[in-house]
Design a protein around this ligand. Structure first.
Ligand code: UDP
Ligand code: MN
Length: 586
């Protein structure tokens, strides 16, 4: 064989070997591919779309416990173990009542329950099959507190230490908002020494309120992620990785756990939301926080029901965010006072300035809802003439709303127009500097479902105190909860319980409630969601307030302060009403 032939043959042989080799490789690859599509590992969730850098986004393997799952400890038999309700012995009933009035929660009950108690695992089953990045940024859990109960505060701390992978926990930062309870002084400092620096305590030198105290916590935190909790929480199993992963992949995402309820009287741990129902945070036009079932269009963006989903707002107390990002956003508006509206300020700011909020079904945290607020607003409360919370709301809406939506707020809260809101120029400057989008963008693209429950508000045709000409008294809700009868009381010019609004579509409202009438009388009711219509019509010429459905008129019983519907009679002064706008002397 000539050299040339040999070379050709060799080449042929080589060619054949390469060809056979390639075929084998292709077959192998194909088999591998087939196999990988068959076992679906790792499945790419819709999370992957957000994949920004080298972290492997969370992935789901059906039936295989996720990388941070551990077995749920057996519930002991002690008081409150497993989250079952606990009642203190009757000999301590008095102590229990005292605790409720001092703290808004039954501290005698809490004191009997172990700081390390177990709680039920209320997560959806899918949650056990998620894998999260092994390398997550470290978190500072920030707990601000003002005169909180000892055992409920420390149970919050213990639950975090017990149920958080230590490598991800930078610290628990306790920020004392000028508490004056003795046990929260030296005793607390000694107690946390046993955690070897993992739990840190800083204190305000005067009362700052929860909003500024949280901002202070953020400034002082050492972790890349900051995660706020109220001082009466218990975190759930594997709560942290699902909350931090979305932020690790996109630093402009703020995450919110699903909140469970801890009963303020029995410490029972139970879900707030019905199983397999997903809610997100919105608001009504008076800026009360509301929730609404996740719209279909958002639900469909998820591959798994257990995945996070977008929410326009959040309740306020419990959330995680990248610390630098929070500070870039100016933390909370430092002009907000004590409590209220800060959840909206942060929500609008995040969304309008390029970030987003996600609720995370697989991260659950229990929170004690108290029956009432056990503290006052201290010196800060007297800084504002008029209601402090409305002051905060006004700052927020004047900064973030556009003129159309501001009008809805003032329609719903007419007195807010007269209220001082301090200086918001720094907030407007920030909005400008960060080139934030306007509110109509937010309403159209993010909070579009608000309108389905709280439609655009028609203007008030008449508003103020509703004076009865005959009795010279005013319509009054007496501060009762709906459904309740409306009565007649001395007019007092303060607005409280006597500020009624009749809108252009016949709805008569008081605060977030409405007025309607049935055979029993004229009642304060829960307004029907999704409509701003109502049955009332006011005729200025004869001062009659018509109930159009019954064709009767609002009147007062001749010998009692009872308000009712009777056949219309223009000559009866007990049927004549005059709306007098309230001009507060704030
Ligand atoms: N808090 C505070 N300073 C205040 C008021 C409240 O540090 O002036 C703390 C309080 O101890 C709690 C958190 O802020 O840990 C949230 O307050 P609260 O639980 O009363 O609010 P809610 O859950 O009722 O909205
Ligand atoms: Mn709370």
């Amino acid at each position: 064989m000539s050299m040339r032939m040999r070379i050709i043959q060799l080449k042929r042989n080589k060619f054949a070997r390469v060809a056979i080799g390639s075929v084998i490789i292709i077959i192998l690859l194909f088999a591998l591919f087939k196999r990988s599509t068959k076992i679906q590992y790792p499945t790419q969730p819709s999370y992957a779309k957000q994949f920004k850098h080298s972290l492997i986004p969370p992935f789901y393997r059906d039936g295989v416990p996720g990388n941070f799952e551990s077995s749920i400890p057996n519930h002991g038999s002690g008081p409150g173990e497993g989250g079952i309700p606990y009642r203190v012995p009757s000999s301590r009933e008095n102590e229990a009542l005292l605790g409720i009035s001092e703290y808004g929660m039954n501290m005698a009950c809490s004191d009997d329950i172990s700081l390390n108690r177990t709680i039920p695992d209320l997560r959806m089953e899918e949650c056990r099959f998620w894998n999260y990045p092994e390398e997550l940024p470290r978190t500072s859990v920030i707990i601000v507190f003002h005169n909180e109960g000892w055992s409920s505060l420390l149970r919050t701390v213990h639950s975090v230490l017990n149920r958080t992978p230590p490598q991800f926990l930078e610290e628990i930062l306790l920020v004392d908002d000028f508490s004056d309870k003795e046990n929260l002084k030296n005793k607390l400092e000694y107690y946390i020494e046993k955690f070897n620096g993992k739990v840190r305590l800083i204190r305000n030198s005067e009362r700052e309120g929860l909003i500024r105290t949280r901002s202070k916590g953020a400034l002082n935190a050492r972790g890349e992620i900051i995660l706020f909790l109220d001082a009466h929480c218990e975190v759930g199993y594997n709560w942290l990785p699902p909350l931090v992963s979305p932020i690790a992949l996109d630093r402009k995402i703020m995450t919110v756990p699903v909140i469970d309820g801890i009963d303020h009287n029995t410490w029972e741990y139970r879900p707030v939301y019905e199983k397999d129902h997903f809610f997100r945070g919105i608001f009504e036009w008076g800026m009360l926080y509301k929730e609404i079932e996740l719209p279909e269009q958002e639900d469909q963006k998820r591959t798994y029901k257990s995945e996070p989903y977008k929410s326009p707002t959040h309740a306020g107390g419990l959330f995680a965010i990248n610390r630098d990002y929070f500070l870039e956003l100016g933390a909370y508006d430092p002009g907000l006072l004590v409590w209220g509206g800060e959840n909206f300020e942060l929500s609008f700011k995040i969304w309008q300035c390029g970030g987003s909020i996600e609720w995370v079904p697989c991260s659950r945290v229990g929170h004690v809802y108290r029956g009432f607020m056990p503290y006052n607003f201290g010196k800060l409360g007297s800084k504002v003439k008029g209601p402090l919370i409305t002051y905060n709301y006004k700052r927020v809406i004047e900064t973030w709303f556009d003129s159309k939506h501001k009008e809805f707020f003032y329609t719903r809260e007419p007195l807010a127009r007269y209220l001082d809101m301090g200086d918001i120029s720094a907030q407007l400057e920030l909005k400008d500097r960060l080139q934030c989008k306007d509110f109509s963008w937010f309403m159209e693209n993010v909070a579009y479902d608000v309108y389905t429950k709280f439609p655009e508000l028609p203007p008030n045709i008449h508003w103020g105190e509703v004076h009865n000409v005959g009795k010279k008294k005013c319509l009054d809700t007496r501060g009762r909860q709906p459904p309740s009868l409306i009565g007649l009381e001395l007019c007092h010019g303060q607005g409280n319980n006597q500020l009624f609004r009749l809108n252009a579509k016949g709805q008569l409202g008081v605060g977030e409630r409405c007025v309607n009438a049935d055979r029993q009388g004229v009642k304060l009711i829960v307004c029907s969601l999704g409509t701003v219509d109502g049955p009332w019509q006011y005729e200025s010429s004869n001062k009659l307030l018509h109930h159009t459905r019954t064709k009767k008129c609002l009147s007062v019983h001749p010998s009692s302060p009872q308000v009712m519907l009777t056949p219309c009679d223009t000559n009866n002064a007990n049927q004549q009403w005059v709306f007098k706008p309230i001009i507060p002397n704030w």
